[in-house]
Design a protein around this ligand. Structure first.
Ligand code: GLA
Length: 562
C-alpha cells in the first residue's frame, strides 16, 4: 500500500465541465479544444475524435534528482497542459483489401509547422528512434507503454486477439501542448501521459492512476532518459489546491496542503534544458554516478563485491545499513565510504574491484548507459550521494512543516536528536559538506513556517548547484533575481542545466516581485533577442496546484461541454 491519502487506486476522472479542470477563462479554454477538434478533422479528412484527454506539466517544489534513487519528492501539477484527441478507424468487415493493409499510427500537432506530423506502423514492438529527437517519440513511448502494461498484466495476447484490436486500421492522434519545451516543467511527460490516457480510453482499456504512473515512467525511458517517476506520477495524480508527496515502490501520492498565505512563482531561465539530447553528460550520468555510489557504499558495509554490484539505488543501501534508512546516518556513512573528488573508470574497475562497468550497467541491452560509459571517464560519487540523502531529508522536513509541525520539531527525529547530543551539536538543518559541523548548517529554531520552507528551498538549490552540479549560470542568476526582488526562497526545478526556477513569496507582494524580476532578468533578454516579449506570460508567472490528468467528455454536436 502507498501512503494514506493516496489516489493510486482511482481511475482518471471523466469530466464533463471544463471548470472541473481549469481555473482560466472557460471560453478561451473551450476555443482551444474547438481548435484541437477542427485541426483533427482537417488532418484526418473529416474523422471525428473518439476521445479527448489532457495531462498537465508540473513544478517540483522540493526533492530534485532523488526519485530515481527511491526517495519521495514534493511536486504539484500546474495549469499548463497537453491536450490530445484520438480516434480509431476500423477495417470494414469482409473488405479484403483493408484486411491486408498495414494498420498505422498517425500523429499530428495543431502547430503542424513547428511540430511536423509523422506516421508509424501500428506496431507496439517498433523501436523509438532516440537519435532523431522528433517530438512524436513521446507519443510512441505512450503507445508502447500501454502494451507493456498489458503484457505485465498477462493480458497482451487476449487484447491483441480481440475483435476490436484485430480490426484497427488507423489510429489518429492530434496534439496541442501548452507546456513550454525544455523548461523543466515536464512538457515531455505531460505529452506522454496525455497520449497514454487518450489511447487507453480509445482502446477501451482501463488502468488505475498508479498503473498509469508506473507505465508512463517506464515507457518514457524509450526516449533515451533513465528518468525517475515524479513527472508522470504528478501529471496523472495531481489535484487542484494540493501539492503531493510522491512515493515510489510502491507508487503513492499523499496530499500536502500548502500555506495559503504563500504564492509560488515560476520563471524560465531562457536556457533550454534538452534532457534527451544531453542525457549522457548530465541526467543519465548522474543516474550512473548514484548507482556506483550505492555499490561502493554496500561494499563499505562488507557486502561481497558481486552482491554489492546488484544494488541499484542509494535508498536500498541506506535502508539496509544506515539505521533503517536514517538519513543523517547515511550522510555520515557517505563520508567514510566514498572518496572526495572523482573516481576514474580505471580506479573503479581495478582498485575498487568492480570489474567491467559495462557489465554492471548491462550496456549491451541499455544504449543510454552504454553512451554514458563511452563518453565519460570520471565519476563523482561522494557529492552526488550527499545531495541525494540531504535532499531526501529536506523533502521530509518540507512536508512536516506544511502539515503544521514546528520547524524545530520537523528537523529533529529522535535518532537525530540523540546523535546530535552524542557529538555535541545543536540540531538544525543544512547542506551536507565535508565539514561535519556544516552538515547541520542552518538552525531552524524559532523560524516561522514560511521562512523555514523558503530556507529548505534555498538549501536545495545550493545542494543542486554545488554537489549535484545540475544548475547553470542563468538559473543561478534568476534565483538571485527572485531573492533580490523580495522572494523568501528560490530554487531550480526539474532536472536543471537550464529550464525554470520556482520561487516562494508572501502572496501580497507577488505582483511586485514579478515586476521586479521582469526588469532585472528579462528586459535585457527581450532586448538581446534571447527571449521574446510575446512569450512573457509563459516565461514568468504565478502558479497554484492544478488538476491532474482527465478524460473530457466530447460531444460532436456541442463540442467539449463547458
Ligand atoms: C526530470 C526527471 C524526473 C526527476 C527530475 C529531477 O524531470 O524526469 O524523474 O528525476 O528530472 O528531480
Amino acid at each position: 500500500m502507498g501512503a494514506v491519502g493516496s489516489k493510486q487506486h482511482a481511475r482518471v476522472p471523466k469530466v464533463s465541465k471544463l471548470s472541473d479542470v481549469y481555473d482560466d477563462n472557460e471560453n478561451s479554454v473551450a476555443t482551444r479544444y474547438d481548435t484541437l477538434v477542427s485541426a483533427f478533422k482537417t488532418q484526418f479528412e473529416g474523422e471525428k475524435p473518439k476521445t479527448i484527454a489532457r495531462s498537465p506539466g508540473r513544478v517540483n517544489l522540493i526533492g530534485e534528482h532523488i526519485d530515481y534513487e527511491g526517495y519521495s519528492v514534493l511536486p504539484m501539477a500546474i495549469g499548463l497542459d497537453v491536450i490530445v484527441a484520438v480516434s480509431v478507424a476500423l477495417k470494414e468487415e469482409g473488405n479484403v483489401e483493408e484486411d491486408e493493409a498495414e494498420a498505422t499510427l498517425s500523429i499530428a500537432n495543431v502547430d503542424g509547422e513547428k511540430y511536423t506530423p509523422k506516421e508509424f506502423p501500428f506496431d507496439h514492438e517498433q523501436e523509438v528512434d532516440v537519435k532523431s529527437h522528433h517530438w512524436t517519440n513521446y507519443v510512441l513511448c505512450g503507445f508502447k507503454g500501454i502494451f507493456d502494461q498489458l503484457k505485465k498484466q498477462n493480458k497482451l495476447e487476449s487484447v491483441l486477439e480481440s475483435a476490436f484490436m484485430k480490426r484497427v486500421k488507423k489510429v489518429m492522434v492530434m496534439v496541442d501542448g501548452k507546456v513550454p519545451l525544455g523548461s523543466g516543467l515536464s512538457s515531455s511527460s505531460a505529452l506522454n501521459c496525455a497520449v497514454t490516457v487518450a489511447l487507453m480510453d480509445a482502446f477501451e482499456l482501463s488502468f488505475t492512476k498508479g498503473e498509469l504512473s508506473e507505465l508512463t515512467c517506464l515507457s518514457e525511458r524509450y526516449s533515451g532518459t533513465q528518468s525517475g517517476g515524479m513527472d508522470q506520477a504528478i501529471s496523472i495524480m495531481g489535484e487542484k489546491d494540493l501539492a503531493k508527496r510522491i512515493d515510489f515502490n510502491p507508487i503513492g501520492a499523499m496530499d500536502v496542503p500548502l500555506p495559503t498565505n504563500l504564492t509560488f512563482l515560476i520563471g524560465n531561465s531562457c536556457a533550454v534544458s534538452k534532457k534527451a539530447e544531453s542525457a549522457h553528460k548530465h541526467y543519465n550520468l548522474r543516474v550512473v554516478e548514484c548507482r556506483l555510489a550505492a555499490i561502493l557504499m554496500a561494499k563499505h558495509y562488507g557486502e561481497d563485491i558481486e552482491k554489492a554490484k546488484t544494488r541499484v539505488t542509494l535508498r536500498e543501501v541506506a535502508d539496509l545499513y544506515c539505521n533503517k534508512g536514517d538519513l543523517w546516518t547515511a550522510l555520515g556513512a557517505v563520508r567514510k565510504a566514498l572518496n572526495e573528488g572523482s573516481y576514474t573508470k580505471k580506479q573503479l574497475e581495478n582498485d575498487e574491484g568492480l570489474g567491467d562497468l559495462r557489465k554492471i550497467f548491462d550496456c549491451e541491452n541499455n544504449e543510454a548507459f552504454n553512451v554514458v560509459l563511452q563518453k565519460n571517464d570520471t565519476f563523482k560519487l561522494r557529492d552526488r550521494a550527499r545531495h541525494v540523502f540531504s535532499e531526501a531529508r529536506r523533502v521530509h522536513e518540507f512536508q512536516k512543516i506544511c502539515e503544521g509541525q514546528s520547524p524545530r520539531y520537523a528537523v529533529s527525529g529522535p535518532i537525530y536528536e540523540h546523535w546530535c547530543k552524542v557529538i555535541g551539536l545543536e540540531p538544525d538543518v543544512g547542506v551536507a559538506s565535508d565539514d561535519p559541523t556544516k552538515d547541520f548548517g542552518h538552525p531552524m529554531y524559532g523560524m516561522g513556517k514560511e521562512d523555514a520552507l523558503a530556507k529548505l528551498m534555498h538549501l536545495s538549490h545550493e545542494s543542486c548547484k554545488t554537489q549535484y552540479e545540475c544548475s547553470c549560470d542563468e538559473l543561478d542568476e534568476l534565483v538571485d533575481a527572485f531573492m533580490s526582488a523580495g522572494a523568501l526562497g528560490a530554487r531550480l526545478t526539474g532536472a536543471g542545466w537550464g529550464g525554470c526556477v520556482v520561487a516562494v513569496c508572501e502572496s501580497d507582494i507577488a505582483e511586485e516581485i514579478l515586476a521586479d524580476v521582469k526588469k532585472s532578468f528579462y528586459e535585457k533578454r527581450f532586448q538581446s533577442g534571447v527571449a521574446n516579449i510575446a512569450d512573457e506570460t509563459n516565461l514568468l508567472f504565478k502558479t497554484a496546484p492544478s488538476a491532474g490528468a482527465a478524460i473530457l467528455h466530447y460531444d460532436d454536436e456541442k463540442g467539449v461541454i463547458v
